[in-house]
Design a protein around this ligand. Structure first.
Ligand SMILES: C[S@@+](CC[C@H](N)C(=O)[O-])C[C@H]1O[C@@H](n2cnc3c(N)ncnc32)[C@H](O)[C@@H]1O
Length: 246
């Protein structure tokens, strides 16, 4: 496996019935709302034009909807590399697509970033996407985020950041997997149980795991400024960083 490539992890029942995530991880829906609230409080552009926002890994559009609802002066380009997730986003976000506030692109995050000009985005936002990346690919994505942000622009990421202390993280993961069994066996859906457990193994593997403090240190090393953990609950964290002013 090349740690610099994009993977395709969301297909089959996992993608088609992605809404069941709410049952096994209620914190995800809350985090999507927090990403929207974060963007809501950013200052408007002095010239009165819409803020340009790039969303990485829009999935079915749960976080995108919070972003769209957060303020009117926002133009969003959302990318995802899973056709089955984008197909749902097109339905869920039909109004914003029709009125031009939103564009959806089928692309992996790094390729999408590489098409964008330097200093072209006010905001790059994401939720529960970067933790899916192989670590080498994630580093390249973060470097590209910094390149495409305007000076002073913001990166906000509500995501699964592993607990730094391995024993505590393991305990948390074991609780999580017990929850998967409870929910999916009660629903008599062993197929979904299998898919989510397999997915969790990917999240937890050495080449994917995104531990909080190493992730923050990597942002420092890449050149992000004003790095903050705005919220932390278990493995869930809302992290932000700014591109320095010149
Ligand atoms: C856990 S879902 C989160 C979806 C959405 N952000 C939300 O808040 O509900 C992760 C999404 O990231 C997408 N994804 C994973 N790797 C990607 C990549 N390299 N480039 C673009 N999208 C990717 C997946 O297809 C999936 O839709």
């Amino acid at each position: 496996m090349n740690s610099h490539t994009a993977e395709h992890l969301f297909h089959g029942a996992l993608a088609d019935e992605y809404h069941f995530l709410q049952r096994i991880c209620p914190a995800a829906a809350e985090m999507s709302q927090r990403v929207g609230e974060y963007v809501e409080h950013l200052p408007p552009r002095p010239d009165g034009c819409a803020l340009e926002l790039l969303e990485l890994g829009c999935g079915t559009g749960i976080t995108t909807r919070h972003l769209l609802n957060s303020r009117d002066d926002l133009r969003i380009v959302s990318v995802d590399n899973a056709p089955a997730m984008l197909a749902q986003a097109r339905v869920n976000l039909a109004e914003a697509l029709a009125n031009g506030r939103l564009e959806l692109r089928e692309s992996d995050a790094l390729s999408a970033l590489e098409t964008l000009a330097d200093d072209s985005m006010e905001v790059v936002a994401s939720a529960y996407t970067l933790h899916n990346f192989l670590s080498g690919y994630r580093t390249r994505v973060l470097a590209e985020i910094l390149r495409v942000l305007k000076p002073g622009g913001l990166f906000v990421n509500g995501d699964r950041y592993a607990i730094d202390e391995p024993a505590a993280h393991l305990q948390h993961t074991q609780e999580e997997v017990r929850g998967y069994f409870r929910v999916f066996l009660e629903m008599q859906r062993p197929d979904l149980l299998e898919q989510w457990v397999v997915h969790l193994f990917s999240d937890e593997s050495e080449e994917h795991l995104m531990r909080l403090h190493p992730a923050l240190e990597e942002m420092v090393a890449l050149g992000f400024a004003e790095i903050r953990v705005n919220f932390r609950n278990g493995v869930n964290a809302l992290v932000s960083g700014r591109k320095p002013w010149r």
